[in-house]
Design a protein around this ligand. Structure first.
Ligand code: HAM
Length: 416
């Protein structure tokens, strides 16, 4: 038997129904917030991720799926969505002549060669939004609130929006210097990865998972003390707007995020175990670093598998049970042909319908109609069909009514 590759999973059954529910909520919210769908390739030139997510980031150094295609090109399976969207924004000149905010969203699979564990896969799915073209704090508040409100809508209440500010370039330079001065005498007490990060990506040392209980890291200088006046004011305004929108947040100065393109405010949506259901931030220099025009931007992405997992604990099987409008019962050839045409008629008129396509006994058909929670049963019987009559039965009250076959669709539409 051939089995699935390590770190992947098959989506089916209850999880698949939850996935559909999530994508329905996402679609509805994206329409309400006026974000447009964008779909970019699952693989891109490797260089894109080196220049965006970062040469020294864990994702690029350890986790990408890289290969040469048959034309000898260096290709990478996308580890995240933002870089590809920004590439597309530039290549397709989405900025055009418009000076309003370009608001985009995506839902698709991402690939990271990580050690599989709960909530961590090698192929996983992200829903993300990117708002490009505005530096106003209002858009930060909008983007942060989208994630928060979607989680709430789905009934995931126990979530903390943890925010931090990495500041502007000047703030980060000052902070990086202070951090390095503080850590320098302790380098040899850090984990091997952090010893390397000291020179390549010192900020990442702060949220090291290996060293998290290390006293040295508990006492690192606080980034908040190194923010420039502009960054401080900006962060203050974002927080005020979040309060205005009734969003519960907490400040967490150890959130630095694993991708190099961020500046100013960054945040994560953490569940009660502290696992990130999603994360995002502002990235004002990514578009220009990828050779596009100066374009401030902000966005976030959710890990859909982690949300499915949360919902699995909240949603009952009954909430997700299938419900159809009608099940058509038929036994002999003549009845089956009527079932075929009648079911098409009903479906084309917007009714959710199932019928016997597997030569089942009447008893089995009644059972299946129950598992599908059919509101009505349409019972076909050759003798009655010859007089143009069918029986419709309310599957809850068990009341029956005889109708002209030609009237059934209208009657069901009026009684559903
Ligand atoms: P990220 O924090 O790397 O950000 O990923 C966002 C979310 O994807 C995480 O919070 C997590 O829920 C999920 N995720 C990440 N890796 C895995 C994995 N191996 N298995 C399952 N779920 C995973 C980004 O990707 C940024 N592009 C977000 C963003 C958009 N920033 C600005 N715009």
């Amino acid at each position: 038997m051939i089995t699935k590759p390590k770190g992947t999973y098959d989506l089916y059954g209850k999880d698949a129904r939850i996935y559909k529910y999530i994508s329905d909520v996402v679609e509805r919210y994206m329409a309400n917030y006026n974000y447009d769908l964008v779909r970019t390739p699952i693989f891109e030139a490797s260089e894109l991720y080196h220049r965006s997510v970062g040469d020294t980031s864990d994702i690029v150094t350890k986790e990408t799926y890289d290969f040469k295609d048959r034309g000898d090109r260096n290709i990478t399976l996308r580890p995240e969505g933002t870089a590809g969207i920004v590439r597309s924004f530039i290549e397709n000149k989405m900025y055009g002549n418009r000076n309003d905010t370009i608001k985009l969203y995506y839902l698709g699979t991402m690939y990271r060669y990580e050690r599989p564990q709960a909530g961590r896969f090698r192929e996983f799915t992200q829903f993300g939004v990117e708002a490009l073209g505005s530096k106003e704090e209002m858009i930060d508040a909008e983007v942060i609130s989208i994630g928060y409100n979607i989680l709430k809508e789905m009934g995931i209440e126990d979530v903390t929006v943890s925010i931090n500010s990495l500041g502007d370039k000047e703030s980060r330079e000052n902070y990086t210097k202070a951090l390095k001065d503080y850590l320098k005498p302790h380098i040899k007490d850090l984990c091997e990865d952090c010893q390397n990060r000291f020179n390549t990506n010192p900020l990442r040392i702060i949220d090291c998972k290996v060293d998290k209980d290390n006293e040295i890291l508990k006492n690192v200088p606080k980034i908040g003390d190194y923010l420039s006046e502009t960054s401080k004011n900006r962060f203050k305004k974002v927080k005020e707007l979040l309060t205005l929108l009734d969003i519960d947040y907490e400040i967490n100065e150890s959130i630095v995020r694993g991708l190099d393109y961020y500046n100013e405010n960054v945040w994560e949506y953490l569940n009660k175990e502290g696992l990130a259901l999603g994360g995002g931030g502002r990235y004002d220099t990514l578009v220009s670093n990828l050779d596009g025009p100066e374009t401030p931007a902000v966005g976030f992405a959710f890990g859909i598998e982690r949300i499915i997992n949360e919902l699995n604990n909240i949603v009952s099987d009954n909430d997700l049970a299938k419900r159809i409008d009608a099940y058509i019962l038929s036994v002999n050839e003549e009845e089956k042909m009527h079932a075929l045409t009648l079911s098409q008629d009903m479906r084309l008129n917007g009714l959710m319908v199932e019928t016997n396509t597997n030569n089942l006994s009447l008893k089995s058909q009644f059972k299946i109609a129950d598992t599908l929670n059919a509101t009505f049963l349409v019972i076909l019987n050759s003798e009655k069909l010859q007089k143009g009559i069918v029986t419709v039965k309310d599957n809850a009250t068990k009341e029956e009514i005889e109708l002209d076959e030609a009237e059934v669709v209208d009657w069901l539409l009026g009684n559903i």
